[in-house]
Design a protein around this ligand. Structure first.
Ligand SMILES: N[C@@H](CCC(=O)N[C@@H](CS)C(=O)NCC(=O)O)C(=O)O
Length: 246
């Protein structure tokens, strides 16, 4: 189903007609966002190919795909024609990738929500994550790297913000019957977006004791145990490192 290639420095040819997911070679910091669209690709068995970017800065053709020069990003053949040829549509930011994939491929609304009621709940939690924990977590990770300038108590401020995001999620998951974040009974793109920044491993890196949020801890184990999530995790952690993944 998927073809995975080594790192050519030029734009891949668009001839395959499949969705392309742009990622970077696996590293401790490269997988947190790229795993999200891959989870949905696995869950919905979407035909696709993986393209590993060598340098998001130097491969300037990629800046047309994502002007922010980051992964994940995707290109797909949109349902729009120009001179009788299907046009390529670019999608960037992991939350936008998730939303696009459900709009295009999740016809039954399993992961994106069925009807306006469910879709609105999913959007609430996806947007709140994107503007909240997603942004805070990214800055926390960046400030954690050794840097020449003093950053005062910035790291503590970000950690406090992550803790309060965990508390909102804990409260949500403590509501009766709320097994997943957006919908009570099944996982959605909101859960897939939140997972990489709400689990025991990432909490430990921030010196946060994840045991303080038991419902969130159980939820993260439940989501990681989904077969398509573990499959996506295994794949993303091997991109560029094993012969199978180029
Ligand atoms: N808000 C963006 C953040 C994406 C992001 O931070 N991507 C990192 C890797 S996880 C990146 O591409 N950094 C530039 C690079 O590694 O070249 C999203 O959710 O997609």
């Amino acid at each position: 189903m998927a073809s995975e290639q080594p790192e050519p420095a030029t734009r891949p040819s668009a001839s395959s007609g499949e969705l392309t997911l742009y990622v970077k070679k696996a590293s401790p910091t490269s997988t947190a966002n790229s795993i999200k669209p891959l989870i949905l690709i696995e869950a919905l068995s979407i035909p696709h190919r993986i393209h590993i970017i060598g340098s998001t800065k130097n491969e300037t053709w990629f800046h047309d795909v994502n002007p922010y020069k980051m992964v994940p990003a995707m290109e797909d053949f949109a349902l729009r024609y120009k001179n009788d040829t299907k046009e390529l549509l670019n999608v960037f930011d992991s939350s936008a990738c998730l939303q696009y994939l459900v709009d295009r491929y999740d016809r039954d609304g399993i992961y994106g929500g069925k009807g306006l009621w469910e879709k609105t709940l999913v959007t609430n939690w996806l947007m709140a994550y994107t503007a909240g924990l997603g942004a805070t977590g990214k800055w926390w990770l960046m400030l954690k790297m050794p840097r020449p300038q003093a950053i005062g108590d910035a790291l503590e401020v970000f950690v406090a913000s992550i803790r309060s995001e965990y508390t909102v999620l804990e409260k949500r998951l403590s509501e009766p019957g709320q097994t997943f974040v957006a919908l009570p009974d099944r996982p959605t793109i909101a859960d897939f977006a939140i997972l990489p920044l709400a689990n025991a491993d990432v909490a430990a890196t921030a010196d946060i004791n994840f045991d303080e949020w038991p419902k969130l801890q159980d939820w993260s184990k439940r989501v990681y145990a989904l077969p398509y999530v573990s499959q996506a995790k295994a794949r993303i952690e091997s991109f560029g490192l094993t012969p199978e993944s180029g």
